[in-house]
Design a binder for this molecule. Structure first.
Ligand code: ADP
Ligand code: MG
Length: 248
């Protein structure tokens, strides 16, 4: 079993990263279609390990594109994306898959839960894929679902849950492998504001406890300003990079 999957690994995983856990160097992303779109335009950016950064900007400004490149879900047209000092372009598809699986947790607006799996199975899936034994997978999944206050829904299917509950399952799943990097794309976007607040408090709490680096795309200024750093995009470029004191 790889040592990174040891359940007592979170603090080591989080602190073992280089100071800049995420680094973009002159990254451009163009989409070729009927008309060419420059979704990201020469973006250079570095995010320190353990930071919690919000990304804001109008619709179409490149926020999701940025997150997808950081998460290795897409490749830049030019420039370099590094995670923990490792250039993603230098990785084979297999190695990229491994980095995504072991280092990065994703929370998307649309929950991407597998409809035929129970909550317990959905949360345990990333661990199962890493070869954890069944009993350990179940124990860890149970622990995470308790953390997101869904220990009374272990055997429910996603269809049997509310939107907020599904989002919490998705968060538990994203956190199952103690990801050193957590990427969230408008995680509260389609939730009512109270549930959104709860989800955010949870992300923040887990960020505090596990020391993960969190990058959160949001259009909610309250959410954005609760992060120690906010990066504003417009037309694929960084137009503002604000740091502020926040209460831990
Ligand atoms: P945001 O998340 O800030 O709303 P996106 O990063 O999704 O913006 O998109 C930035 C720009 O890139 C938009 O103009 C969008 O139309 C374009 N774009 C994004 N993804 C694709 C794609 N797969 N194919 C073509 N154009 C795309
Ligand atoms: Mg988007």
């Amino acid at each position: 079993m790889p040592s990174a999957s040891s359940p007592d690994a979170p603090s080591r995983l989080a602190t073992a990263a280089a100071p800049a856990v995420i680094a973009l160097d002159h990254v451009t992303k163009q989409f070729e279609g009927k008309r060419r779109v420059v979704a990201l335009d020469d973006v250079t950016l570095s995010i320190a390990a353990g930071d919690m950064v919000s990304i804001i900007g109008p619709s179409g400004s490149g926020k999701s594109t940025l997150l997808n490149l950081v998460g290795g879900l897409d490749r830049p047209t030019s420039g370099t994306v590094r995670i923990g000092g490792q250039s993603l372009a230098d990785l084979s598809d297999d190695d990229l898959t491994r980095v995504r699986r072991d280092k990065i947790g994703f929370i998307f607006q649309f929950f991407n839960l597998l409809p035929t799996l129970t909550c317990l199975e959905n949360v345990g899936l990333p661990l199962h894929l890493r070869g954890w034994p069944r009993l350990k997978v179940d124990a860890r999944a149970r622990e995470l679902l308790t953390l997101v206050q869904l220990d009374h829904r272990l055997l429910h299917l996603p269809d049997e849950l509310s939107g907020g509950e599904r989002q919490r399952v998705a968060i538990a799943r994203a956190l199952s492998v103690y990801p050193p990097v957590l990427l969230a794309d408008e995680p509260t976007g389609n939730l009512d504001s109270r549930t959104g607040d709860e989800i955010l408090a949870l992300v923040r709490d887990l960020h505090g406890r596990l020391g993960s680096t969190v990058v959160i795309v949001t259009h909610d200024m309250k959410v954005a300003e609760s992060c120690a750093r906010t990066i504003a995009l417009r037309d694929g470029r960084i137009v503002e990079d604000i740091r502020r004191e926040v209460r831990k």
